[in-house]
Write a protein that binds this ligand. Structure first.
Ligand SMILES: Nc1nc2c(c(=O)[nH]1)N[C@H]1C(S)=C(S)[C@@H](COP(=O)(O)O)O[C@H]1N2
Ligand SMILES: [Mo]
Length: 199
């Protein structure tokens, strides 16, 4: 398994402005309740503007090659958790299979429970973006997104959708749940892109 250790801050101050460290604690932040993911009927799809739409059952998913990524996590409510080791399938690997069309500049993420978020496609090509099933060597607890979550370490963690079930590639941006409810559309922690309005 390939191990990827990336400076989440990309050379900037390690802890972004306005954040505090939670140490070994790991808060659970979910809007609503933890959904139940039925693994018998679970699937993961990549569709919309791609040359090869993909669909995996849970057992097919578990045959895919995995990477280990060490990365920091920053929540917009100001807590940060450093040095998380995530195991899962690198997003870049899936993109090479699905081949998004040139006009696919954005994607929408959808999840069990109905949560959505939106991200520019370029973020998926970053080496530390992955679909993780494990955190620090343990299967993800349901509260933290088990069986699987997206992890995009260098954006605020609301983009790291838990219970992820698929991506839809789009020509135009489609604001997700929090993005429609006042969070910033992009969410760079080093530029404190927390909200889309100013006080
Ligand atoms: N499906 C889903 N994913 C989600 C959320 C959510 O409410 N539903 N909350 C987001 C927010 S705001 C944060 S900070 C992180 C928190 O992840 P954690 O609960 O594992 O700490 O998950 C993100 N992913
Ligand atoms: Mo968050």
């Amino acid at each position: 398994m390939e191990r990827i250790e990336i400076d989440t801050a990309r050379g900037k101050e390690r802890v972004p402005p306005g954040q505090y460290l939670v140490g070994d604690r790991w808060p659970i932040l979910t809007y609503g309740s933890t959904p139940w993911s039925d693994l018998e009927n679970w699937n993961f799809t990549m569709g919309g503007l791609v040359e090869n739409p993909l669909r995996f059952t849970w057992s097919e998913w578990n045959e895919l090659p995995t990477v280990e990524v060490k990365a920091d996590m920053h929540c917009v409510t100001s807590w940060s958790k450093l040095d998380n080791v995530w195991t899962g399938v690198q997003a870049k690997y899936l993109l090479e299979l699905a081949k998004p069309k040139p006009e696919a500049k954005f994607f929408s993420v959808f999840c069990d429970g109905g949560y959505t978020t939106n991200v520019p496609v370029d973020e998926l090509y970053e080496e530390d973006t992955l679909f993780a099933t494990h955190h620090n060597g343990e299967p993800l607890e349901a509260g933290h997104g088990g069986p699987m979550r997206l992890v995009i370490p260098r954006l605020y963690a609301w983009k790291s959708a838990k219970w992820v079930r698929g991506l839809e590639f789009l020509t135009e941006d489609k604001p997700g749940f929090w993005e429609q409810n006042g969070y910033h559309n992009y969410g760079d922690p080093w530029r404190e892109q927390r909200y889309s309005f100013s006080f």
